[in-house]
Structure formats: structure tokens, C-alpha cells
Design a protein around this ligand. Structure first.
Ligand code: FAD
Length: 399
């Protein structure tokens, strides 16, 4: 029962806390599967989904020791084109999926040695990678500096315009019947259970909102990105499992008359520092990104803008001709093992879909499939098995 004096104004089959790409993709697919869905988000505009570069890059993101993450990222990449095609068909809007591939370039011999080591590892994992000398790199991208030492083409790494994609998801969700509540979820509410406080046997009965109301639902999805741990009622261990990892990024535009300066996404290492440049069909070029452990800080710093532009201009000097249209900063939802947290935990009916860290745009479609499988009593794809919330549970009950 709701607390005395609290109005349960809205009820649904499922309430989703968080309207970034993860929550909205789940909302759309859950509604399309016949569930009555309410999505709650205060919409303060800080979502990482609107800051991201939109790379769909399982191969160039693959690192030593992250085999399970690579497998789920490959699942996500394979799912993305059909998901995006359906989204475009439903909404009539293009989401800017680009499949030209990613060219990783190394600025000096030390950078090239590091790239070669990573490429050998990626090849050993069965991933496609074509090594290119400096001249071959410039044949693919004529504006690259001749100083580039060499590079590797990863044809399997694509990109999407994440802002167009997020907007299309919102539109598709609305047309599938998802209702949106502009408020912050403060707590997952439970009923039953041996201790009456969300312990063994308890089930969710909805969520409490910051402005005082409640939404009644017997399934709750927490998809609040790097803010997920602020939702009360999550089992112990999960509230601290997600931390914000700050990323600063620049949006550049072509001035009138300048032809497109890039076709492929470029990932460059410049004297040990990583920078990427992601071209969009509409002439935007994204330059990113810093990776900083600064808690919830979202400031844009002069040093970051300088470093990103300096490194971008080192490999693509024509960057200096582009218009600096926007500087922005976002919070990646990081986890201790860099993997997402997707699955059921705690009271019956509670599902987590968070912690997507550097790959939330890439993983959004596959996460929606996994979440809707859980919500409709089916098993998610086996690639998700290592990424359940159970790996972070501390067994201390609900705080
Ligand atoms: C600089 C940068 C570059 C990136 N580049 C890429 C990339 O190239 N490719 C890629 O795949 N990923 C990239 N990412 C990562 C990607 O952006 C994230 O993994 C992804 O956006 C996470 O989506 P989300 O929906 O979980 O979180 P968010 O997009 O952060 O959305 C969370 C939402 O929850 C809402 N919210 C917060 N608290 C509550 C609450 N209590 N109740 C209700 N709602 C709440 C917020 O208002 C927000 O709208 C990048 C991130 C950054 C910062």
C-alpha cells in the first residue's frame, strides 16, 4: 500500500527510471512487446547519451583481458543495423549510421609499437584488422598529416549520430505508447518480504518521485546511467557499483565551402595520448575525449579543449579550419570491471540496466533486447551472462 497521504497518480506494467539511450531503448521495445510502460526522467539535459561520440567500436575498444566484454559488444554491433533500420522506419528520421570503418593511426614509432601490440591481440581474437603504412593511410584520408607513422583499418567499427539516434528513440517510444513523467525517481518501493524492508521474498510495487508522487508498477527498471546508485532500494553493493567517469568532447563544423575532411572515424595516438575524430554526414566532426575520475563534475576546462585540439591537429592539420561549435562534458557510467550491469537483482521485479561506461550507445539495442527478455520471462542472450548484477552484490540486504 502507498504511504498515507501519497497519491499513486500513475500505474503501469513497468516503470523505467532514466531516459538516456538505455532507458528509452528499453521503453520502446517493452511497449512494442505489449507492456504498458512509464518512463521517469527529470530531463535536466545531462545525459551522457547526448554528449557521446556515437562510435560503435567493439574492435578498437577491445583490450587485453576483456574477452567477455568484447563478446557482448560484438553481439551489440551485430544487432545495431536492424534496430536502427526499424527505428528509422517507425519514425521516418535518419539516425546517421556510418559503416566506412575506423582508421587507427599512430603518430610516432612508440605509438606505432603500442598499436601493433593491440592489433596482434585483436587479430588473435578473430577480429578484422588491416595494417597500413603512412601512404596507404593518406590514400584513405587525404587530409592526414604525412608525419603519421602508420595505421590499422578496422572495417568492423562504425558510428551513429547519437543525438539523432536518441531523438528517434524518444519519438518511437512515444508512438509505441510510452508515457513520460518529468520527475526523478528517489526510491524503488517494495511490498512483502520477511523483514518488511525489501528483504527476502519482497517484490517491487513501484517507485517514489522527488516531487512527492509515486508510480505503481510490479516491474521497475533502473537505467539512470551514472546516477543509478542514487536510487534508494537497490541491494547493497549495487549502489556503489556505478561511478561517473567524466569525458570532455568538442563538436566542430565545416565552414561553408570546405569539403568533408574525413570519411572514416580516426582514432589516433599522439605521443601516448589518445584522441578520436568522428565525422557525421551533416558536416559535424566530433573530437574526443578526456577520461577523468572527478566525481560528478561537468565543467569544461581550457586544458582539455587545448589538448584535444592539439592532438587532433597533429594528425589532421585541417582541423584548425573547422568551426568550434560546441564544447561539452558528460559522465560515463563506469563499473569496477568496465562491464555493464544488466539483469534482475534484489526484490522480485527489479531490473538493472546501467554501467555501460564507454559503450552505451553501441550496447543500447542489445541491452533493450536483454531487458525485454527479462521483463517477459525469457532468458537474455548468453553473452549477457557475465554481466548480471549478482557480481556486485555484497549480501548485506537493502540499505
Ligand atoms: C565524452 C563521452 C563520449 C562517449 N562516447 C561513446 C561512444 O563513442 N560510443 C558509445 O557507445 N558510448 C559512448 N559514451 C558512453 C555513453 O554515452 C554511455 O554509456 C551511455 O550514454 C549511457 O546511457 P544511459 O542511458 O545509461 O545514461 P545517460 O545517457 O547518462 O542517461 C541517464 C538518464 O537518467 C536520468 N536520471 C538520472 N537520475 C535519475 C533518477 N533518479 N530518476 C530518473 N531519471 C534519472 C538522467 O536525467 C539521464 O537522462 C561516451 C560517453 C561520454 C561522456
Amino acid at each position: 500500500m502507498p504511504a498515507k497521504g501519497v497519491l499513486v497518480a500513475v500505474t503501469a506494467d513497468v516503470v523505467i527510471a532514466g531516459g538516456g539511450v538505455i532507458g528509452t531503448a528499453i521503453a520502446w521495445r517493452a511497449a512494442a512487446a505489449g507492456l504498458d510502460v512509464v518512463l521517469a526522467d527529470p530531463a535536466h539535459g545531462d545525459a551522457a547519451s547526448l554528449v557521446a561520440a556515437g562510435m560503435l567500436a567493439p574492435v578498437s575498444e577491445a583490450l587485453f583481458g576483456e574477452g567477455a566484454l568484447l563478446r557482448v559488444n560484438l553481439l551489440a554491433l551485430a544487432r545495431f543495423p536492424s534496430f536502427a533500420a526499424e527505428l528509422e522506419q517507425v519514425t521516418g528520421h535518419r539516425v546517421g549510421l556510418r559503416r566506412e570503418g575506423t582508421l587507427a593511426v599512430a603518430y610516432d614509432a612508440g605509438d606505432y609499437a603500442a598499436l601493433t601490440r593491440l592489433t596482434a591481440f585483436r587479430r588473435s581474437a578473430g577480429l578484422e584488422a588491416e595494417e597500413l603504412d603512412s601512404r596507404a593511410c593518406r590514400k584513405l584520408e587525404s587530409f592526414l598529416t604525412p608525419d603519421v607513422h602508420g595505421g590499422v583499418l578496422f572495417p568492423g567499427d562504425w558510428s551513429v549520430d547519437n543525438r539523432r539516434y536518441a531523438a528517434a528513440l524518444r519519438e518511437a517510444a512515444a508512438s509505441a505508447g510510452v508515457r513520460v513523467v518529468r520527475d526523478r525517481v528517489t526510491a524503488v518501493l517494495t511490498a512483502g518480504g520477511a523483514d518488511g524492508a525489501g528483504g527476502a521474498g519482497a517484490r517491487v510495487r513501484g517507485v517514489a518521485l522527488a516531487e512527492g508522487g509515486e508510480i505503481g508498477a510490479d516491474r521497475v527498471v533502473v537505467a539512470a546511467g551514472s546516477w543509478s546508485g542514487a536510487v534508494h532500494g537497490l541491494p547493497a553493493g549495487l549502489r556503489s557499483a556505478v561511478r561517473p567517469v567524466k569525458g570532455q568532447l568538442l563538436r566542430l563544423r565545416h565552414p561553408a565551402g570546405l569539403p568533408p575532411v574525413l570519411t572514416h572515424t580516426i582514432r589516433a595516438t599522439v605521443r601516448g595520448a589518445d584522441v578520436y575524430l568522428v565525422p557525421r554526414a551533416d558536416g559535424e566532426v566530433i573530437v574526443g575525449a578526456t577520461q577523468e575520475e572527478r566525481g560528478p563534475d561537468l565543467t569544461v576546462t581550457a586544458g582539455a579543449v587545448h589538448d584535444l585540439l592539439h592532438d587532433a591537429m597533429s594528425v589532421l592539420p585541417v582541423t584548425s579550419e573547422l568551426i568550434l561549435a560546441e564544447t561539452c562534458s558528460g559522465l560515463r557510467p563506469g563499473t569496477p570491471d568496465n562491464g555493464p550491469i544488466v539483469g534482475e537483482a534484489g526484490p522480485g521485479g527489479l531490473l538493472l540496466a546501467t554501467g555501460h561506461y564507454r559503450n552505451g550507445i553501441l550496447m543500447s539495442a542489445a541491452t533493450a533486447d536483454a531487458a525485454v527478455a527479462c521483463l517477459t520471462g525469457r532468458a537474455p542472450a548468453p553473452e549477457w551472462e557475465p554481466f548480471g548484477p549478482g557480481r556486485f552484490l555484497t549480501g548485506e540486504g537493502v540499505p
